[in-house]
Design a protein around this ligand. Sequence first.
Ligand code: FAD
Length: 305
Amino acid sequence: MLRSLFFAAAGSARLERLVESAPVSRGVVRRFVAGGSAEEAIRASRELADDGLAISLDHLGEETETAEQAHAVRDEYVGLLARLHDAGLTPPAEVSVKLSALGQRLDEKIAYENARAICVAAAEAGTTVTLDAEDHSTTDATLETLLELRKDFPDTGAVLQAYLRRTEGDCRELAVAGSRVRLCKGAYAEPESVAFQSALDVDKSYVRCLNILMAGEGYPMVATHDPRLIAIAEDRARWFDRSTGEYEFQLLYGVRPEEQARLAAGGHTVRVYLPYGEQWYGYLMRRLAERPANVAFFVKAVSSR
Ligand code: FAD
């Protein structure tokens, strides 16, 4: 119920204007977002790198409406990658991009060209790009773009969402040598026709997908905060004889930082997904939809003012 409320809120432009203008929102958002500018994102990346963590930076924004906006997003990433390189942060930093922010809904070719320009900049900087997964209506187009990009940039990462019924099949296709695949549960409100609805079914699907990726020849990127799934991933990595450099864990900035430190101290590669930018509303609403404790944090911050 609460979950659907936040998903509905995520789509409301009126509420977005209201929440973004409230001074308290900015304080709350700082828990999950590195800051508004590339400079702040680089500062936060440096702190994470000093703690032995890898990073995937995401410039916030989705559903771009014009080609000009899409090109501006591309230019932001290209500039960010150059700055990360100058700061000596590539590696451990890579970038995550949403094709909808690069113009996917306007014209898939525009999104592909923009993503390609970001891949070129990433290769020049000595790092990689991962294509975020968005709602299910974009999955085919995103995976097609991925396959095109991988012809020239084979280390371009994919994201697969365990809640989608199709994902086991996609895991099989992508569990090949050189392929980097982030497995997450999935963050959008999806209909029963395409997605498992109960938490248990999503978790079971996650484990089935994890088995396929760990057994395969690619590089699994285990993106979850779920302690049970993290323990299962550690177990499956041992079972399939993968050393700690042959898979990684990924967690969101501001979520379970003590677990991020614990996994890194245990010798695992841990990558923190680090969003920055002014368009944080949709991202924040998805985090609130995921976890009642995040809502309590939000309400506490609002009522303490
Ligand atoms: P949940 O079911 O949300 O949580 C499971 C358990 O984890 C909880 O019961 C609790 O024990 C623990 N937990 C979770 N949050 C907290 C917390 N704040 N504090 C303490 N314990 C906590 N989704 C997409 O759709 N597309 C993407 O491209 C995408 N990229 C992602 C990248 C990364 C690195 C990560 C980590 C997630 C990404 N997601 C993406 C979001 C993902 O799909 C889930 O919505 C999100 O990660 C929540 O799922 P969960 O696996 O953490 O499990």
